[in-house]
Design a binder for this molecule. Structure first.
Ligand code: DX5
Ligand code: ZN
Length: 222
């Protein structure tokens, strides 16, 4: 599977979102971080903003819900226009029902785990999921340092997906840049989120191309 790049608009200019979104049109997904000030100690944006972003974005929306009660809210983000919705395992009451609800809306279902959550907790769910997000920072803020010690989770997931014959995407989010993208791809990641690395670059399209090339070079070696 080709590596997919998902720029996180958390590091974009919120007063010029449409302009910034159009600058990353060469990527594969637009990663939209929804935070509620409860599940994580930060707040970003909610349904009405996601709805408008989905209308103007040339890329499909990859919504990352860092919120309480995803059982209630995840389907609403799918209805608002997200093509893929990621909920956190730590906040979910009934992850299988959330995934089923997203699928019944024709959307992709994805489950995220925080650094402190064991990968074994998400393994029993991979038959219902299209993607698993392994956080490589504590969720809440952009620009944090990459946690390389999460790599064994990626290897475990990749092996479990292969054993189950599942076409599971594995996403990593947090601290990914030119220096770290090879590490996550080598460990089995195929959907890379990058916020500050892309939106902090002078030429965002060129940064996406550089990340893609570095990821592709690793893929050819394995
Ligand atoms: C953090 C968010 C990330 C964030 C990543 O909780 O989920 O998507 O934007 O930012 P960087 O790439 O700067 O670590
Ligand atoms: Zn995110």
């Amino acid at each position: 599977m080709a590596i997919q790049i998902a720029p996180s608009i958390l590091s974009a200019d919120f007063a010029n979102l449409e302009r910034d979104i159009l600058e990353v049109a060469d990527a594969d997904w637009l990663h939209v971080d929804v935070m509620d000030g409860h599940f994580v100690p930060n707040m970003t944006l909610g349904l009405p903003v996601v709805e408008r972003i989905a209308e103007v974005s040339p890329l499909p929306i990859d919504a990352h819900l860092m919120i309480d009660d995803p059982d209630r809210w995840a389907p609403r983000y799918a209805e608002a226009g997200a093509a893929s919705v990621t909920f956190h395992l730590e906040a979910a009451r009934d992850p299988r029902t959330i995934a089923a609800d997203l699928h019944s809306l024709g959307k992709r279902a994805s489950c995220a785990i925080k650094p402190g959550t064991a990968v074994e907790q998400v393994l029993p769910l991979i038959d219902t999921l299209d993607m698993v997000l392994v956080m490589t920072v504590e969720p809440g803020f952009g620009g944090q340092a990459f946690m390389e010690d999460m790599m064994p989770k990626l290897r475990t997931l990749r092996a479990a997906a292969e054993a189950a014959g599942r076409d599971l995407r594995i996403q990593t989010d947090g601290g990914i840049a030119r220096a770290t993208i090879g590490t996550v791809v080598e460990a089995g990641c195929d959907v890379v989120v990058a916020g500050s690395a892309i939106f902090g670059a002078e030429h965002r399209g060129a940064e996406i191309a550089a990340l893609r090339e570095l990821a592709g070079a690793v893929r050819h070696q394995v």
